[in-house]
Design a protein around this ligand. Structure first.
Ligand code: SIN
Length: 276
């Protein structure tokens, strides 16, 4: 397929090198898509995409879904701005989450392009929800497969991170419910689909009852053995499948700016894993 592939860690992540996505053939872009489903997150160094290039790349993966909380890029409102100003100590996406799990049809993938990076730090960590699932005991797998969980956008309500809400209360919607273990819509792989930022409780359980098991799952799935770290380089692009991984951005560069552009691509409603 022409891409060089170096794995980022034992369980997930691949660095794809030697080609440009801009102007690439259908076959070359299909190879990126296949690698995404196989490695869960892919990074493509040295791409230097303009906003138009970024939108064209996203179109290969599906329909763009505009994030209703993030500030849009002024000239390209379909792109969300992930900006850290030098005086900020907290960052957007600074805790484990999957993008848009609070939507009835959560985002399939996110495509993040580096535009301005701190001299060091600001790495993004990814955790494999399939590797985590496979390592659980058979008993807990079975229990989780009988559960669904509620996901809410409420954690944006108190955020001080300069989100582009413009005081718009319509941005907030009622919680949605997804199976606790989903079948990946393309590969059928089982994934533990709960995350720290947006999952509030198991359906039919109280918040208090749900908290210990949810906390256990967050810790379990995000253990270092199930993670890969993306160290950003100028012009780098990362693409991750939100059904397969959780991610967080490291807030370790006080006094420096960081600017990323993010596009999320629409996904479909999620079905429970029914396999053995
Ligand atoms: C995000 O959570 O989508 C942002 C990740 C990052 O800025 O590294």
């Amino acid at each position: 397929m022409g891409w060089g592939i170096q794995k980022l860690s034992g369980h997930l992540g691949a660095r794809l090198t030697g080609k440009r996505v801009n102007g690439a053939s259908e076959a070359t872009l299909n190879a990126v898509r296949d690698a995404l489903f196989e490695y869960e997150v892919v990074v493509l160094p040295d791409q230097h995409l303009s906003p138009e290039d970024h939108i064209r790349l996203a179109a290969h993966f599906g329909e763009i879904v505009v994030n209703r909380f993030f500030t849009p890029v002024a000239t390209h409102p379909r792109i969300a701005e992930v900006r850290t100003k030098p005086d900020q100590t907290a960052v957007l996406g600074g805790t484990w989450h999957t993008d848009h799990s609070y939507d009835a049809a959560p985002a399939m993938c996110s495509i993040l392009c580096a535009h301005e990076l701190p001299p060091v730090g600001g790495d993004t960590h990814f955790a494999s929800m399939t590797a985590g699932y496979h390592a659980l005991s058979d008993g807990l797998k079975q229990t989780l497969r009988g559960l669904s969980a509620e996901h809410s956008d409420g954690s944006f309500a108190g955020s001080q991170l300069g989100l582009g809400l413009g005081g718009n209360p319509d941005a907030f919607r009622p919680p949605v419910v997804h199976p606790a273990v989903i079948a990946h819509p393309v590969t059928g792989a089982p994934c533990v689909y709960v995350n720290g930022d947006f999952t509030t409780r198991f359906e039919g359980w109280s918040v208090e009852e749900s908290a210990p098991l949810l906390a256990y799952l967050y810790r379990f799935v995000t253990q270092p053995i199930f993670t890969a770290r993306v160290v950003w380089e100028p012009g780098m692009v990362a693409i991750w499948d939100n059904r397969l991984v959780q991610h967080y951005a490291t807030a370790d560069y006080p006094g420096h700016a960081r600017l990323m552009h993010r596009i999320t691509v629409a996904g479909e409603p999620l079905a429970p894993f029914e396999g053995a």
